[in-house]
Design a protein around this ligand. Sequence first.
Ligand code: SAH
Ligand code: SF4
Length: 471
Amino acid sequence: MERKSTLVSSQELSQQKEYLQMVNLFLDSKFATKPPKAFTRTYGCQGNIADSQQINGMLEEMGYDFTDDVKEADLILYNTCAVREHAQDRVFGNVGALKVLKESNPDLIIALCGCMMQQEHIAQKIQKSYSYVDLVFGTHVFYKLPEFIYKRLCENKKIVDITNSSGVIAEGITQRRDSTIKAFLPITYGCNNFCSYCVVPYVRGRERSRAFDDVMGEAKQLVASGYKEITLLGQNVNSYGKDLGVPNAFSNLLKSINDIQGDFLIRFMTSHPKDCTKELLQTIAQCEKVERHLHLPFQSGNNKVLKEMNRGYTREKYLELVKTAKELMPDISLTSDVIVGFPGETYEEFCDTLSLVEEVEFSSLYTFIYSKREGTKAANMPDNISHSEKSKWFTQLTDLQEGIASKRMAKMKGKTYRVLAEGFGKDKMISGRASNYTTIEFEAPPSVIGTFCDVEITQPLTWIARGRIKE
Ligand code: SAH
Ligand code: SF4
């Protein structure tokens, strides 16, 4: 099966375990009185957060403690995002600020990894302009972190490893999750869709699915450890299993996780409209643990723009999916991603995005002004609309959505929702999400955190709602 060629071999993983133990011994003797501290920061999507859980797991096993104060760190690691210019600029700014720390502590290890580093021109820029960075590595070799740290600590070597490949899967790496309530569970890595604006397929490799048994094993473990929410992750979860030659694999996976005994709920992202089928929507409707929320990015409401984006569906197909979803689940909440100012997009074409937003009535939108990404097809398309003009369109879109969101929220007043209490919101109130993904704040003792509470909505605001816990 294809899977064999994508899995990192057990031999390679045990070699990394050996490096990990050697680092552990080294740190034990060097930091005899108190363990060294790591500061790690993750930029970008949930996929990066999931990778960082493994990175932090490895660091913990090596003997690192964690700190939120960059100034007291012995190791600083940034897991970077390349999806938009803005995300990259933030990383450059933050790396620049580390120079003084390195000057005052030459033993400090600075590591940069993830999507941004997988791009050759970025890795080169880092070596040239930020020469005090010790480790630079891309998305396909992150499981080699123990080896990189060993070589830096014990052999004083700098590492740049941005090996390009179609992508690997490393199973069995210990994870360090921040939450004990909510967990991310990656089911696919990489992407095959090559939307013309997007850098992800270039920096994350080809789409590859984790084996069904590996995903199920982790899901069962999470439920047994008391996690109350599992979010299945992939750039296009709907195509899970295609590379394994298994039809309807995502629907079957949802059903199997739904059948695990226990009081927990299931979310997933991202669902690509191109691969979203009626059967999948029926599965979501049937599975009582799958939440009534669908994140279904449409990007543009205009067929010409969608074609140039290479999205693989039309406005009509998208609206048909929305109609079916609403028929099957009248209480479903829809969210989406939208790009404003794609190269060549006219104002008239942008108005089709506005009309789609009005028609669907999303609960919320993640809106982005188009950002040119080197190496993508859209980077070579003529782009004649000024940034200030695009910003005006952007505001028009966000104003429209704000009105829709408030109206939707107002309809929640007086209704009772089952809310997973996750932590604290404003004014020491408890905060959590309802099945429809709305954030709800309510007064309750901290002991409710990690449990499900029935909350009646008393005060709907635009982006969140306040409520009262029901006895
Ligand atoms: N795989 C997901 C999206 C991952 S990237 C999907 O296809 O839905 C998250 C979002 O970032 C995208 O949905 C898109 O709206 C936005 N995005 C990606 N590349 C972009 C670019 N070059 N400029 C602006 N926004 C972009
Ligand atoms: Fe990027 Fe498109 Fe893949 Fe999403 S589906 S990650 S937008 S190429």
